[in-house]
Ligand binder design. Sequence first.
Ligand code: AHR
Length: 496
Amino acid sequence: MKTRLTIAVDRPTGRIHREIYGHFAEHLGRCVYEGLWVGEESSIPNVQGIRRDVLEALKKLNVPVLRWPGGCFADEYHWKDGVGPRESRRRTINTHWGGVTETNEFGTHEFMLLCELLGCEPYISGNVGSGTVQEMQEWIEYITLESGSSMADWRRANGREKPWRLKYFGVGNENWGCGGNMRAEYYADVYRRYQTYVRHYGDNRVFRIACGANAGDYHWTETLMREAGRYMDGLSLHYYTVPGTWMHKGPATGFGEREWFATLNKALVMDELIRKHAAIMDKYDPEKRVALVVDEWGTWYDPEPGTNPAFLYQQNTMRDALVAGLTLHVFHRHCDRVRMANLAQVANVLQSVVLTDGPKMVLTPTYHVFEMFKEHQGAERLDCAVEATACGPAEFPVPRVDASASRSADGRIHLSICHADLEDSVDLEVVLDGAPGACPCVTGRVLTGPAPDAHNTFEAPETVIPVPLEEIQLDKGSFRVRLPAMSVAVVEIKVT
Ligand code: AHR
């Protein structure tokens, strides 16, 4: 199979916001406890309680932003339970996720430390469903006010002299569901009230994010933009890729060809959702001041057999790598409106980048996509046209080749390519439109596996890892490269 791809190297079409490469950590299953936090006394190597292997792995992704503490957990989280001496913190029940005891060992200070160690922006989701306005207001004050109030004094007494910088704050999570079962009309008013007290202390500016729609609930977006659009900086959107139905989602491994294409096809629904939500937002906000924040996305399968079903632990395969690549490309295309996205979730829950088992850790195929794509973060998007056919069954068509290109500040061009075909390799001719006589210098890496459900295990952690792309043939103003079936590749192009 042959395909031509053209990059308009001198035609930037917007900036790919770093924050679309964001992550999400909820108090759910083994995400926070074990996945990120093991405690200072643990035999697992750690930095002030945060496990070192995961920390080092995440640092390599240049994580721009981390969302916490939920998810559904956020709307029953009372932040005061999670500060002060750890041994005397209140113990509560995580009713949403398995009824397990929440020790509150990981709270505000631990989360802010994690963000500092990662060098990322914290994104905190406040409790609207079961929390008060005062509680929310005091949380912001505790975190960001230098001095002069009991909240600031309390933070200092708890060991943090200087205030933290808190850029992103979510006013509730899924308030149409687990966050209070509200109607859009009601939440719009509740949002207006709560956000009033999300204050900017000192020079800290909080970017206020309203709870947005569940997938295709356009009435929610319409109502929120009409009634509260002027009070928000961002509006969220949640969409999960479920190959089957919510009752029977399908397994994470051991799936067939139909499920491969069904999953990729459903991942691409993200494009339609963003287009339609963005069109509503354009009506009320033609200047595009309000960001669309896709703060939960990813695959959701049946839990792994033998694990606690409430913990949402699932394996991660080449199929997830393709979902990640295709979805990130969708975000690139909508970079005028989509300015943050958070993959659910960072460790041991849903489409994770790392999986852990006691002291062991493994990087998933999704991790490798985020690592390979990281040069796109903050880069200028370049127009990229692919002459490609669709593959897959008629009910679940998927573009055989999907690509996105960007140019970083130093002029390097990065081209990421998703190749969805299960059988054949593809010969790609990449034309650099705008650099006709130039001789490009091209290097690349490719991620593929021996089967659609190829994945990494604790015993075989390198089944799916990126390898150098061989046989790149250079020409004047173009190059050719062969991609194997079911692969994700990134090439770096230097045009001289
Ligand atoms: O990510 C798992 C859950 O999915 C989150 O807690 C919730 O916001 C969503 O429904």
